[in-house]
Design a protein around this ligand. Structure first.
Ligand code: ITT
Length: 198
């Protein structure tokens, strides 16, 4: 496997996590390469990751860059909401919402749900394509629950609401290294690297 890998993501929070996680595997994250907007309309995380990976691959080939690349599609599944927002996590409540508004909307939807029914999981699917066009997959999940109010300022997205199982702090109250110990993304990347290294 090449020592440098590109990621198809417009999410700076994900990119920062991948830079650190990949370094632990001795792999460098390639520079951000803009690629045309992708409509993420697949039925599942892996399908959406495949759409993003294909778009970046086309852009890299157009620029004459032969490289291994991957994409991440992830989401938060809440049992009391029948698995929502799930693959629609980035769009929950509408694209026009800020992230603090989106988190507030989610808390409002759960306002009548007691602690024992606030269980949830973060899911991450990774799809990589190597220089030869071979595809590799990695999945990771982290079980936990949804807090009653935002806590913490680290991380991104739903981190201030997510309490990983066995923890009293949200992901946003942890350092990046602490989040990486139990995150869906770290687990998915470990599986992906194992698949690629055979
Ligand atoms: P790209 O598609 O460009 O990678 P995105 O933000 O649109 O960026 P997704 O389509 O995968 O990413 O949407 C998943 C959303 O779920 C994402 O925007 C986050 O808000 C949320 N999410 C995923 N992993 C998360 C994590 O580790 N912590 C907090 N929120 C997370």
């Amino acid at each position: 496997m090449s020592e440098r890998i590109f990621v198809a993501s417009t999410n700076d929070g994900k990119r920062a996590e991948f830079a650190a996680l990949l370094a632990e595997h001795g792999i460098e994250l390639g520079p951000s390469v803009p690629y045309p907007d992708v409509e993420e309309d697949a039925d599942d995380y892996l399908g959406n990751a495949a759409l993003k990976a294909a778009a970046l691959r086309e852009e890299l080939l157009r620029r004459g860059i032969a490289a291994t690349l991957f994409a991440d599609d992830s989401g938060l599944e809440i049992d009391a909401l029948d698995g929502a927002p799930g693959i629609r996590s980035a769009r929950y409540g509408g694209l026009e919402l800020s992230w603090s508004q989106r988190r507030a909307q989610l808390l409002a939807a759960l306002s009548a749900v007691p602690a024992e029914r606030r269980t949830a999981r973060f899911c991450c699917a990774l799809l990589a394509i190597d220089e030869g066009g071979r595809r590799f997959e990695g999945f990771g999940t982290t079980r936990g629950s949804i807090a009653f109010a935002e806590r913490g300022t680290a991380g991104f997205g739903y981190d201030p609401l997510f309490l990983p199982e066995g923890e009293t702090r949200t992901f946003a109250e942890m350092s990046a290294a602490e989040k990486a110990r139990s995150s869906h993304r770290a687990r998915a990347l470990r599986a992906l690297v194992a698949a690629m290294r055979g």
